[in-house]
Design a protein around this ligand. Sequence first.
Ligand code: ATP
Length: 236
Amino acid sequence: QYAGVPLAVRDLRKEYADGFVAVSRVDFEVHPGQVVGLLGPNGAGKTTTLRVLMGLTRPTAGEIYVFGHRLVPGSPVLSRIGALVEGPGFLPHLSGLENLKAYWRATGRPWADAHFDEALEIAGLGASVHRRTKNYSHGMRQRLAIAQAMLGLPELLVLDEPTDGLDPPQIAEMRRVLQRYATDGRAVLVSSHLLAEVEQTCTHAVVVNKGRIVASGPVGEIVGESPSVLFEVTDP
Ligand code: ATP
């Protein structure tokens, strides 16, 4: 079941220690070639959902399948997911490239030059990879973090609000990066609180509010949904 499916989330629930239910009955899939937007206002449960997917916090109930393998903390199948869910800390006196190499060595995974180069190329870092990260702008830092998530070209890329704090040209560039990534059968799951951003970037959307899915499907269908469903999520 779900063998060819990068991600299948089944009836996910996350209740925090204080009893707050951040995610409830969340059910969706991400297929090869799709860019899926997890869309919702602040506090909707997007970060919680992504943290559960990355094994950073345990779900209270529900299942996650990555290419048909049930995901549990430490699952080997996690290596098929590249993620930017928590901002990585870069060593300021090393260049972007040196930081990425150090990160990759720490994963203990085999080195593949070609995959490395392609990830840098898709992330569009250019010559700035040779500069020390202490001189990076927020946008460059963000792009380096995304390049790091793309190293090894994982079949599924999971990003939590990657456009946060970026200006409009950087947002447009990010859109191209994600769309370029989701070729060759790769897939992307990206969270956002902006309907327009999801509309322009994603092929599919999963709209969440107060921890529950309120709409999901191809982006073209979602934007045609009743405004009462989507109004709250477009309102910052
Ligand atoms: P944002 O865009 O603001 O990050 P989000 O959609 O990612 O929003 P979450 O960060 O998943 O939302 O938070 C969902 C809800 O869960 C929020 O109301 C938040 O206060 C609550 N929450 C998050 N972490 C905890 C925690 N450790 N204990 C209790 N409640 C928490």
